[in-house]
Design a protein around this ligand. Sequence first.
Ligand code: MOS
Length: 764
Amino acid sequence: MTTAAPAPKANMGQPIPRYDAVAKVTGRAQYAADVPLSNPVYAVLVTSPIAKGHIQSFDLTEARKVRGFVDIVTHENATRLKEVKLFSDGGYLSTTNQPLKSNAIAEDGQIVAVVLAETFEAAREIAHRAQINYAAATPTATFDSPGTTAAPAKGQLSNFREDPKVGDFAKGYEDAEVRLTAEYFTPTQHHNPMELFATSCVWNGDNLVIYEPSQYVYGLKNGVAEQLGIDPDNVRVINNYVGGAFGSKGSMTPRTAIIASIARRLNRPIKLVASRDQGFNISTYRAETEHQVQLGASKDGKLVALRHEGREISSRADAYAVGGTKTTTRIYECPNVDSLVTIIRADRNTPGFMRSPPEVPYMFALESAMDELAVQLNMDPIELRRINDTMREPIGGKPYTSRSLMACFDEGAKAFGWDKRNSQPKSMSDGDWLIGYGCATSCYPTQMAPAAARVRLQRDGRTRVEIAGQEIGNGAYTVIAQAAAEKLGVPVENVTVFIGDSNLPPAPVAGGSNSTASTCSTVITVCEQVRQRLFRALAPNDAMAADKSRETIGMGQTPATQAAGSDQPFDREKAFDALGVNVVEEYGQWKPDGAPPDSFRAMYQGHTRMVGGPELKDRIAYAFGAEFVEVRVNRWTREIRVPRLLGAFAAGHIMNPRTARSQLMGGLIWGMSSALLEATEIDDRYARYVNDNLADYLLPVNADAPSVEVILLSEEDDQLNPAGVKGIGELGNVGTNAAVCNAIYNATGQRIRRLPVRLEKLEV
Ligand code: MOS
């Protein structure tokens, strides 16, 4: 059930300030490249200026003359690394095009040499002086370039299992009273986290410590060990803070094992901080996508046919698919659904996860098409969504665990003033500015993964929580502290959280918006074990009842209804007296319902057995939102401004409305940025990125987003996990692209189907 005002709980649900706020604003927070090393060697990467061909020769005479020169590692003298599979194929890597393997060049910006020197400046100078002679071939850049190959995503990738379909689309579409076919395009985009891609490697005998910003310390640890052919127990990854990631630091990039192997050979610590432009190539990105959406509806707005075909660019080395149509085929009631995702291979670096894959490009297409259909039907776009709202997804007929989409639209519309909208394009204006209102559905699958944690409670209430989660700006420290404080009945200030270190009990990749659900559910479970020990010491007779009800911890239980004793206050000191100890420590594991039997072993091996979204057994779980945008388009200059962004979201239990709000605000702003500004331009002749810097890759500043409002609806969902959490990291930017374009249509009468919408695309 949904109401407007979430009721705060004791700790979980309180808008407490970020756990790491003071450390961050005072500069005390140490990011990977900040960690001081003793007598380090500085590494600088040399990357290829051609996208296809091979290296003919090196001339390093001038380079070697630079004072402070230590070494240059190329394919001619690099350590051979073991082959490792792509993350999406059950491995670790972001690309299987491993650099320094041979003289072949398969993508622009491929690492061709690593320069080592006594100072960063010397290393950079050496890199500039290194002469590399290439034999260039003509590369294939993108869609419609000669030389691409195309094949269905299904069957090429182990993580891409389906092109959902149901009923008879062709017949449904043919019989429909109203039909729409439209094509959409999303451009190449890069994550551009503030923190650059950095790696420091330190060997101590056979033991390797890696300082690197990572969304997955266990994946990186195990992946590097596999590439180097060493025991994972000898590898430790430390990253207490990550300065933005958004997917780009989720899978292991090939640079880490290279740096580690050189550090071993030199027997010195190495520090590498890649440059901003190199980050466009040595990591992942969102490749450009094309879509055809076909909708058939009755005159009263009921969908009778839906088809979504997506085409995505990937590299020659790897078929990466963002995940396709699993969401867009299931979000509305429709009897006849068809879909197909095709991967187009070009001479490009391998794309990867980017905040809200695949919902951002695919939902842009669907939610634009829904708006176009509403125009054809002469119907309010919110009403069109209401008519097609459903509590069961149409492909498998599975029920949503909870779905507050229309409540989000109702609350959002009220706060936004949607009733003041005139649906007639160009009918609202203010002086020289045409005004448009647009809206769209946002949604993101609820995903969860197994994790382990260790919790230590002292007699005086001080608590230590250890779990190898990752703080990527998501508020991980904060919500973990809150979960422990609530469960153990101690003040949140008493809780110390240790994350970002692969020596801690394993947690999943901080991706797919699963972190809070997974880590908090695990911490709650382990805190419950601590409670049970204390509770048993105090009341041995009640303990049997408590033990019995413990069996129900996990699925089907909200935090408030877990094991007996869990919500009963008791005297902590008396319990410690009864036990005769000063400290209680418990290690425990949690896995979501439906996670495979090998889950716990896999998590130690750096594999996340994530379940959720449409892949849950017998049900489907999504978080929802309704997003509203006001645009103003200047009649004469076509300048586009966005004075207001508003999103109303329902995502199960909100652990912390303050950190949640900032996540969702960030998402809305990114969504607007993605609609209007962001695009990586490709030079089709050379298959190279042109604007690989933060001056030319357009990003919004505060003045571009003067008002961003987030409304959090309270939603209880007891079918998910012990924390009752759905996850919000990626929910915020899913609907925004379409909402912006829908608002631009309302302002100007022009439907822009190719992002980003820049003023040159508008005719006035
Ligand atoms: Mo998120 S793009 O799954 O890191």
